[in-house]
Write a protein that binds this ligand. Structure first.
Ligand code: ACO
Length: 336
């Protein structure tokens, strides 16, 4: 049977850098509070006429270049985003801009901060069972467009970015996805969401026989709502378990892992998970100080930085895990 391996990565961030001090001018907060509680110092925010789709395309181009894969040889684009610039999906627009002229399949995957891990596993399934050969997995999010910029409890956490990897078919012996583990639990939805704003609907008949509440008014979505303490607890409880399950499927233990690469939400979460797995900080990848929580982009963005700086070397084993809204969480053990 076929295997699949990671053959390239790339990333892109918006030009506007927003520091903790900048935020302290718009909400009642301080550099010290944000740094101590989260480890975040700066984040990038889309501005002017920058678009998330363009960032995704830039990240994907870099990944294809590293992989030495021609856009025409891409047969699947998985756009992992919860903040698309079109609710119908933005994958096909990315495909068009990349110039993948041989008509690959492109679609979106919506799973907040777990989106990239789900995309990676989906890519592997499409390759192993569906005959695909070169899959672009893109994680791209712009939560800056969905946070309440007057809510200091949430607006300080997030940043915008895009990251991408190329997953390629290979012989089974070279397989680079060694194990994975995926979960969701809608019970925890109330702790973190960007929900559809319900309007009061009256579907009973009006006095003149018309259906009240019809035609519906245009709807919109609420700003991001979060119970930070619950999300924190959930991450620290579920992520180590998930990584251990994925490691077990790969026949490995945490001691065999070269790098721990978690969704970059909060340095305290990263540290707590590393401690539970007994992985020393020298083997933990973290760049959230510069970018904040970039949702589905955070894992490929941090991977790309670590690969291009020479930190992550060919043949090394990475335990990656995403977690977030849904609630969703999952892990993938990959060989770079
Ligand atoms: N500046 C100053 N004070 C603040 C700020 C701020 N930016 N935000 C909150 N506070 C205050 C609160 O009002 C509260 O004050 P009070 O004690 O007078 O009521 C106090 O600080 C403590 O607030 P908590 O919310 O209890 O602080 P906590 O220690 O839990 O830290 C944080 C908050 C950083 C949000 C933390 O809970 C966290 O990181 N949780 C995980 C969040 C996360 O990772 N979410 C993303 C998941 S991924 C996804 O899918 C999007």
């Amino acid at each position: 049977s076929k295997g699949c391996k990671l053959v390239g990565c790339g990333s892109a961030v918006p030009s506007l850098k927003v520091s903790n001090d900048d935020l302290s001018k718009i909400v009642d907060t301080s550099d010290e509070w944000i740094s101590v509680r989260t480890g975040i110092h700066n984040r990038r925010v889309l501005s002017g006429n920058e678009s998330l789709t363009a960032l995704a395309v830039e990240a994907a181009r870099k990944a294809l270049r590293m992989a030495q894969v021609d856009p025409d040889d891409v047969d699947l684009v998985l756009m992992c985003t919860s903040t698309p610039e079109d609710l119908f999906g933005s994958g096909p627009q990315v495909q068009k801009s990349l110039g993948c002229k041989r008509n690959p399949l492109a679609y979106d995957i919506t799973a907040a901060c777990s989106g990239f891990i789900l995309g990676l596993v989906s890519a592997a399934c499409h390759i192993r069972g569906g005959g695909f050969n070169n899959v672009l997995v893109i994680g791209a999010d712009s939560l800056s467009r969905h946070v309440d910029w007057t809510d200091r409890g949430t607006c300080i956490l997030f940043g915008d970015a895009a990251g991408a990897v190329v997953v390629q078919a290979c012989d089974n012996e070279e397989d680079g996805l060694l194990g994975f583990d995926l979960h969701s639990d809608g019970e925890g939805h109330r702790h973190l969401n960007v929900s559809f704003k319900e309007q009061e609907t009256h579907n009973e008949m009006g006095s003149n026989g018309s259906v009240l509440g019809f035609p519906p008014r245009r709807h919109s979505y609420s700003c991001l709502q979060m119970n930070g303490k619950e999300v924190f607890r959930f991450a620290v409880r579920c992520v180590p378990q998930s990584i251990e399950l994925a490691l077990g499927k790969a026949g490995l233990s945490a001691a065999n892992v070269d790098w721990l690469l978690l969704h970059q939400a909060n340095q305290r979460i990263v540290d707590a998970v590393a401690t539970r797995l007994d992985i020393p900080s020298e083997r933990v990848i973290s760049n959230l100080a510069n970018y904040g929580n970039t949702s589905a982009a955070s894992i490929p963005l941090a991977l790309d930085e670590a690969v291009r700086s020479g930190k992550v070397k060919s043949g090394q084993t990475i335990a990656a895990a995403g977690f977030g809204a849904g609630l969703t969480w999952g892990s993938a053990i990959v060989r770079w």
